[in-house]
Design a protein around this ligand. Structure first.
Ligand SMILES: [Zn+2]
Length: 289
């Protein structure tokens, strides 16, 4: 029994220490990022212009900063083509530019806990063959456009990346979604609350919780919302869906959910509702209508 009591005390201490460290981490200001000054490859401007219409509303300083962040991203992070996909500069720059759009006005390093992007040509089936609990073969999981793992890996479909990026006004953008999860995970807990200034924590928690409950009610009653009902899954998905909506349907989000818009505006340091609307990209030559 004594042994059990000791194990119990140690367990409690570990839990207390974990949440203590997590709480402290939220309060440590992240060091600023030093951006490279070397030349930006000419081809990158065309790739971003073609594939990332959300960047068209940025000021010239912001576009320059976005491409500098892409340089950091491509130097630091590992890309891997999966399912027979051969990686190209276009794939890497497009994914990096979309991911870095979230960081445009954030202080701190470039996704410090994120390491690898696995890129599939199309939707993919996650590799979970056996149920972790029972060891039994799990039923085939649904096909996914993207997935974000807690250990610094994002898995993404290139087809869906292009489709989501080139229509900048439908509220669907798989890269923004998965990298919002990475921001959320930076404090060690994926719970819908990214690293925030201490003064912002309470309001963030209050507004996000109320908006999450509102979306759950809207989804249950089949009521239309600016936010995709997938955000009603849990608070982590709510933050990821709210991020997609903030960048792709900012005017509607601000009109229908002004408090949520205000919190996201404060967190990202961006006001996309004030930018010129970005028209969808024309389809590439030869594409089916
Ligand atoms: Zn998600």
């Amino acid at each position: 029994m004594e042994g059990l009591a000791v194990v119990g005390v140690v367990f409690v201490l570990i839990v207390v220490a974990y949440f203590g460290v997590s709480a402290v981490l939220r309060r440590i200001p992240a060091p600023s990022l030093r951006l490279p000054t070397g030349p930006i490859p000419d081809a990158w401007h065309g790739i971003v212009e073609r594939n990332v219409p959300l960047a068209r509303g940025l000021s010239s300083d912001e576009r320059e900063r976005l491409l500098r962040l892409v340089q950091v991203f491509l130097a630091d992070k590992h890309f891997e083509g999966c399912g027979g996909l051969t990686l190209t500069e276009e794939i890497k720059v497009t994914i990096a530019a979309e991911a870095c759009l979230l960081l445009l006005h954030l202080e701190g390093p470039c996704y410090p806990s994120f390491r690898t992007v696995l890129v599939y040509p199309h939707e993919f089936v996650p590799k979970v063959a056996r149920s972790p609990g029972t060891g039994e073969i799990a039923p085939p999981p649904a096909r996914l456009m993207g997935e974000s793992w807690g250990d610094g890996v994002v898995v993404i479909s290139w087809d869906d990346t292009v489709r989501g990026a080139r229509n900048p006004a439908d509220g669907e953008n798989v890269v923004l979604h998965e990298f919002a999860h990475q921001l959320d995970a930076e404090d060690g807990v994926t719970d819908g609350a990214p690293l925030l200034a201490p003064s912002a924590l309470r309001t963030w928690g209050g507004v996000l919780s109320a908006e999450y409950e509102r979306l759950r009610r809207d989804a249950a009653d089949d009521r239309r919302s600016a936010l995709d009902e997938y955000g009603a899954t849990n608070k982590a998905e709510f933050f990821a869906v709210a991020t997609e909506t903030f960048f792709e349907k900012p005017v509607q989000l601000e009109r229908e959910h002004p408090e949520l818009y205000g919190q996201l505006q404060q967190f990202y340091g961006q006001d996309p509702a004030r930018r010129a609307p970005a028209p969808p990209s024309p389809p590439p030559p030869g594409a089916a209508p």
